[in-house]
Design a protein around this ligand. Structure first.
Ligand SMILES: Cc1cc2nc3c(=O)[nH]c(=O)nc-3n(C[C@H](O)[C@H](O)[C@H](O)COP(=O)(O)O)c2cc1C
Length: 230
């Protein structure tokens, strides 16, 4: 499968089969993801992959935190509120998900339940937490983002689906405690992954992208020339 095909077939998957990935394959994929580039090759990612009973226990802890009304307390700055066109796209992606799940806009409870699925890992057999030392801040966040996308494409190449989740960094306490993550290391975000449950309503969600000219600015004569050949 070409990279272009992988990119066009990938989408954020939010319903999974109860089928763990064969351990050898799992390790191979993470081995290849180690080839991700990073600023000055510092490789700041420390990744925790959680499966089986360990994952179930974590899910229970998350549910307990949610039920107790715990407020999100991320270790990195997720506070900016999207504005303007970004806010529109944010609503657009939420609408796409709720529409495919048959959830009405005004049904707050159903929306909250759908949101809570994040901390149940959408029933995926595996979840990865992307962590790094807190002092790295935005420098490390860039590297972790690149790492996560590399991982997601490598998984997709093997027919394994995933969903990146900022939500998984919102309640760090239970995760850090259970996985023994040192205090100085923070959870930036996470990713649930496994084999997609085909036909599940949530997996019918598709999002759109802006036309190229709204995102990429080609400058200089050569670009104009080669553009005409496309
Ligand atoms: C850094 C990052 C964090 C995300 N966090 C969440 C999340 O917490 N929950 C969720 O359901 N989707 C999450 N997503 C998935 C995005 O909503 C999704 O990538 C976007 O809507 C585009 O859709 P697509 O991935 O299907 O192409 C996240 C994606 C990224 C890259």
């Amino acid at each position: 499968m070409s990279l272009q095909q992988i990119l066009s077939q990938r989408f954020s998957t939010r319903a999974f089969k109860d089928q763990p990935i064969e351990p050898k394959l799992l390790k191979e994929v993470f081995q290849h993801a180690q080839l991700s580039p990073s600023n000055c090759n510092v490789q700041p990612w420390q990744v925790y992959v959680v499966s089986g009973q360990e994952k179930e226990t974590l899910k229970q802890s998350f549910m307990k935190a949610l039920m107790s009304g715990a407020k999100p307390s991320p270790e990195f700055d997720w506070t900016p509120q999207y504005q303007g066109i970004h806010r529109e796209r944010q609503f657009g992606s939420a609408n796409a998900l709720y529409t495919s799940m048959g959830i009405a806009r005004e049904d707050k409870q159903a929306r909250q339940m759908a949101m809570a699925r994040n901390w149940q890992f959408f029933d995926a057999p595996h979840v990865a937490f992307f962590t790094m030392e807190k002092y790295l801040n935005i420098m490390g966040a860039v590297d972790l983002g690149i790492y996560a996308q590399t991982l997601s494409l490598l998984l997709e190449e093997q027919g394994i689906s995933s969903c990146m989740q900022g939500a998984l960094g919102q309640f760090p306490e239970p995760v850090k405690q259970q996985l023994n993550i040192p205090e100085e290391r923070g959870i930036l975000f996470g990713m649930s992954f496994g084999y997609a449950a085909e036909g599940a309503p949530a997996n019918k969600t598709r999002t759109e992208r802006e036309p190229l000219e709204n995102a990429v600015h080609f400058l200089g004569r050569n670009h104009l020339k080669s553009n005409n050949n496309v």
